[in-house]
Design a binder for this molecule. Structure first.
Ligand code: IMP
Ligand code: MG
Length: 181
C-alpha cells in the first residue's frame, strides 16, 4: 500500500463495478429521452479519473466539458465560497447537463456550482457523484446518481487528493490520521 494510507476503503475492483453500474443507470435514464443533447461536465481536478472511466460506460452520444472551481479554505475543510477558476468552453443553454463530481461532502461547494449552472438555462440538469458522505451534509444536494455512500472519513485516491497528492491511486484509501493533524 502507498505510504501514508492507513487502509483501502474501496478496492480497484469495487471502483470498477461501481462505475460500470453508474454507466448503466445513466445510459438507461437518458436513453428514454426522445431528444438528447448530452453534455457531461466534470469538476476539476477531483473528477478527472472518475470522469474518464464513467463516460466510457455511458453508451450514448455526448460531449465532455470541464470547469475548475476553487473553494477558499485549507486542506480538508470546505468554506462554501467558490470561485470559477476555469470556465466551460461551450454554452449549455438548452442542453442536457450531467454534472460529475468526485465527492459530495458538506454539499456547500456543489450547491454554489449548481446555482451557477442553473443560471445558464440547461434543458435538464442531473448530478452524478462517485462518493457521498451523507452524514456530513450541511446543504442539501439533489444527487441523481451516486457511486457509493461512505462514512465520515477523509479519503483520497481515484482522483481525490490530500494537498494535491494521492490522486493517482487506483483505489480509494483512508489517510493515516497523523498526516491530517
Ligand atoms: P463540500 O463543499 O464540503 O461538499 O466539499 C466538496 C469538495 O471537498 C470535494 O469536491 C473534494 O474536493 C473535497 N473533499 C471533501 N471530502 C473529501 C475527502 O474525503 N477527500 C478528499 N477531498 C474531499
Ligand atoms: Mg473537488
Amino acid at each position: 500500500m502507498e505510504r501514508g494510507i492507513e487502509k483501502v476503503l474501496v478496492t480497484e475492483e469495487e471502483v470498477k463495478s461501481a462505475v460500470a453500474l453508474l454507466g448503466e443507470e445513466i445510459t438507461s435514464y437518458y436513453a428514454q429521452q426522445e431528444q438528447l443533447d448530452l453534455v457531461v461536465i466534470g469538476l476539476l481536478r477531483g473528477s478527472f479519473v472518475f470522469m474518464a472511466d464513467l463516460v466510457r460506460q455511458v453508451k450514448l452520444p455526448l460531449i465532455v466539458d470541464f470547469m475548475t472551481v476553487s473553494s477558499y479554505g485549507d486542506g480538508t475543510v470546505s468554506t462554501g465560497d467558490v470561485k470559477v477558476v476555469m470556465d466551460l468552453d461551450q454554452s449549455i443553454e438548452g442542453k442536457d447537463v450531467l454534472m460529475v463530481e468526485d465527492i459530495i461532502d458538506t454539499g456547500k461547494t456543489f450547491n454554489k456550482v449548481l446555482y451557477l449552472i442553473k443560471n445558464r438555462h440547461p434543458r435538464s440538469l442531473k448530478i452524478c457523484t462517485f462518493l457521498s458522505k451523507p452524514s456530513r451534509r450541511v446543504v442539501e444536494v439533489p444527487i441523481d446518481f451516486c457511486g457509493m455512500e461512505i462514512s465520515d472519513e477523509f479519503v483520497c485516491g481515484y482522483g481525490l487528493d490530500y494537498s494535491q497528492k494521492y490522486r493517482n491511486l487506483p483505489y480509494v484509501g483512508v489517510l493515516k490520521p497523523d498526516l491530517l493533524a
